[in-house]
Design a protein around this ligand. Structure first.
Ligand code: ZN
Length: 428
């Protein structure tokens, strides 16, 4: 074996009667998951009862904008509209070199936090497609250790922005993976529906996945998700389509939603909520009561819809916080959705791991023989504790190679109920 992680506690499957397992890795793949591996390895990690999970997966991000906070100026109001205006000011000033440098820096942050797969939207409304070229280059460079999936995203509307559909098609031809859209930003509801039809037909023709910014609005009558589900069903795209944000669902009439959620389930459309961004940008013009704007996560999950949480933004025109930590995202999602029950809390961990992996279509994701050897060792005993502590990533393994190590956080260990980590002489 190349690497063995001993005494690992897993998030899901566990052999009955064994508190932990050894994970054997060979040739970049998981070769064995057993209570006690007799084999030796060139390198060993003793997890000592810590949680070992498949890596975090971010189902929704904007890598072309990340780490640009303050360029060319800061978003003083902190609103979505000033953010969009700021992005418009920044776009003509972007250079490929700076964009690549910022994206690679973000990928370093991601790796350190055990985030090894990211679906990033890339704006295709600038005819130069400079951001597309830059992120395709980043995708090539990080491929040895991180899965970067790109979505062709017409930020200003595929119908509303002149030339956007042609740009989107060019981006796909250049190697972008997924078809994006933003129906609620088109001029009318009818144009929004038409954009969904055109984009889904294009995806069906090319055999691609679809992920649209959909109904990122507080308007309860923004119902493009219904059209997205219907087109998915009509074109047989089941399991390949995701609606991102879906914040209007928060404000929708309950009777209407009782029809909509089963329709989403029937068409296999997944939902991606972005808790950090939705909680800060939605309901912004409300007085009180103030809507929180996140989509109906527990209700969607209960109906069997696949739901993931995305980070969406880190240090960009829309959001000046964040660090690539999907446990912070899960922590916020759990609070906003009031998912504090045991099963619900674990489901929030799934929303940044297995559910997101399924939306990206990542093959060989998981902790089982035959899966890719992508793993994160967390300084926590189970997924709920990992979310509570935003646990330190003690070790991150990508393609069978240890790519990041971090010492246990003393304070976190003490909080976790392991006071042996505290130096008691401090008190005397
Ligand atoms: Zn987004």
């Amino acid at each position: 074996m190349d690497l063995i992680i001993r005494r690992a506690v897993l998030a899901h499957t566990h052999p009955a009667g064994h508190p932990s397992v050894d994970i054997g890795i060979e040739g970049g793949r998981i070769a064995a998951v057993e209570p006690h591996l007799a084999a030796a390895a060139r390198e060993e990690i003793d997890a000592a009862g810590a949680l070992v999970s498949a890596p975090f997966v971010d189902a929704h991000f904007h890598m072309d904008a990340t780490l640009s906070y303050g360029l060319p100026r800061v978003n003083t109001s902190g609103t979505l509209l000033e953010g969009i205006a700021l992005w418009g000011e920044l776009k003509p000033q972007l250079t490929q070199e700076a964009l690549i440098e910022r994206a690679l820096q973000y990928c370093d942050w991601a790796v350190a936090r055990g985030l090894l797969a990211i679906r990033s939207h890339v704006d295709v409304c600038d005819g130069r497609l400079l951001a597309v070229e830059a992120l395709l280059e980043v995708k090539r460079r990080v491929a040895p250790y991180l899965d970067l999936q790109l979505v062709a995203f017409p930020q200003d509307g595929v119908l509303r922005s002149p030339g956007a559909f042609d740009n989107l098609k060019r981006a796909i031809a250049m190697g972008v993976d997924v078809v994006g859209g933003i129906p609620h930003f088109e001029r009318t509801m009818a144009d929004g529906a038409e954009s969904v039809r055109l984009l889904c037909e294009f995806a069906a023709e090319k055999g691609l996945r679809v992920d649209m910014h959909c109904d990122e609005s507080d308007d309860p009558l923004s119902r493009h998700i219904e059209t997205l589900a219907a087109q998915t069903h009509r074109l047989g795209l089941h399991g390949r389509v995701a609606g991102s944000h879906l914040t209007s669902m928060h404000s929708m009439d309950n009777y209407y939603v009782s029809k909509l959620i089963p329709l989403m389930r029937e068409s296999g459309v997944a939902a991606i909520a972005n808790p950090l961004i939705n909680i800060t940008l939605q309901g912004r013009s409300d007085t009180y009561p103030k809507r929180r704007g996140m989509t109906r996560v527990p209700e969607l999950m209960a109906a069997g819809v696949t739901v993931a949480f995305g980070h969406d933004c880190v240090m960009d025109p829309w959001y000046s916080f964040g660090s690539g930590d999907m446990l912070e995202v899960a922590h916020m999602g759990l609070h906003v959705a009031q998912m504090t029950g045991t099963d619900a809390s674990r489901a929030c961990f799934d929303a940044v791991t297995v559910n997101a992996a399924s939306i990206l279509g990542l093959e060989d994701y998981g902790v089982a023989p035959g899966c890719a050897a992508n793993l994160v060792v967390l300084d926590a005993r189970d997924p709920i504790e990992a979310i509570r502590l935003r646990a330190a990533r003690l070790a991150v393994v990508s393609r069978g190679r240890v790519v990041s190590r971090q010492p246990a956080q003393r304070a976190a260990l003490a909080l976790a109920g392991r006071p042996e980590s505290v130096d008691f002489r401090l008190h005397r």
